[in-house]
Design a protein around this ligand. Structure first.
Ligand code: ASN
Length: 330
């Protein structure tokens, strides 16, 4: 029987009612006690790493989770991480860069309703996560509402209903039907994973609204090593307001600027319109293409944790990791 390590980090799944709203209180042992049939699926050891609402999760916590998996990697066949849904897609992306090519499953799950509630998605999601962790499902994925989503492609697209996550610009890896995993795609993996233990958290995100001027970009670029600008449509920057000068100046000062889009599906294509064309051809900004913003954030933190050399940053950014970027022109 497969041996799985359950790593608890908090979230709604582990939450209980308090005077000031739901808060994570349950331990991993208490979570497991809600899945009486678990011994038919796999053997489980419990490890309580954190107990946080995922709003409080930081890049330092991502490093802690990755280090925990590295420390226990040899002793288990797979890993289940219970996590809040609000920032689960960021953690899944971060783990995809911090633990590359894992032949063993690293499965994140959580819930929209606490495990102790009469109506809850917690039990199904947790049992399904164990089923997946005990299968041949390499790499980092999110198992939620009977779907398996690649760690680099997940996005929380519903704040309340059970179908909380979507797979963006990539098919789902599989589905669970009556507790059986039907795997559509098997992620590539190596014989042994490559672990990383450094991130640069100085990565900021600016979402444009019509009329946004350069002040906000200047403010963020002064204080960070990279800025992701979520612009409109296939991408571009407003021609009024000094954005081009702002980006040029900060790139000359060594900052990394990435253009992406606020549109959820199909990604950027900066060369199409005049408002985007020069950004690439003259200034050399990077563009996200079909990557999720969550993956861009985590990838930049991972890259800048290793190097500041411009050509190396660019090479790593456009090199696919766990199918995070699949733009045909690359
Ligand atoms: N459904 C959830 O888990 C939401 C919770 N606020 C969290 O992200 O920790």
């Amino acid at each position: 029987m497969k041996k799985i390590l359950l790593i608890g980090t908090g979230g709604t799944i582990a939450s209980d009612v308090t005077d000031s709203g739901l808060a994570p209180e349950l331990t991993t042992e208490q979570l497991l006690s809600h899945i009486p049939g678990i011994s038919d699926i796999c053997g489980v050891d419990c490890l309580q790493l954190l107990n946080l609402d995922s709003t409080n999760m930081t890049p330092a916590h991502w490093l802690e989770i990755a280090a925990c998996i590295r420390d226990h990697y040899g002793c288990y066949d797979g890993f289940v991480i219970t996590h809040g849904t609000d920032t689960m897609a960021y953690t899944a992306a971060a783990l995809s860069y911090l633990i590359q090519g894992s032949p063993k499953p690293i499965v994140l799950t959580g819930a929209q309703r606490p495990i102790g509630f009469d109506s809850t998605d917690s039990k199904t999601n947790l049992a399904d996560a164990f089923r997946c962790a005990a299968e041949d499902l390499p790499g980092v994925s999110i198992v939620f509402n009977s779907r398996v989503i690649l760690g680099t492609r997940a996005k929380k697209t519903r704040s309340k209903s059970f179908q909380a996550f979507s797979s963006i610009n990539h098919p789902e890896l599989g589905v669970l039907r009556d507790g059986v995993l039907l795997r559509y795609i098997r992620q590539d993996c190596r014989e042994a994973p490559v672990f990383y233990d450094r991130l640069d958290p100085r990565v900021a995100l600016l979402k444009l609204v019509p009329g946004t001027g350069r002040d906000a970009a200047d403010f963020l670029l002064e204080r960070n090593d990279a800025l992701i600008i979520e612009s409109f449509g296939v991408g571009g920057l407003p021609e009024a307001g000094g954005f081009y000068d702002c980006v040029r100046r900060w790139m000359e000062a060594g900052r990394v600027v990435v253009l992406t889009t606020q549109v959820e599906n199909e990604g950027s294509d900066l060369g199409v319109y005049h408002v985007g064309y020069r950004l690439k051809s003259d200034l050399g900004v990077l563009e996200a293409y079909d990557m999720t913003t969550e993956a861009v954030v985590a990838k930049l933190m991972w890259i800048l944790g290793q190097t500041r050399r411009r050509e190396e940053v660019e090479r790593l950014f456009y090199t696919p990791v766990a199918r995070d970027i699949l733009w045909p022109g690359l």
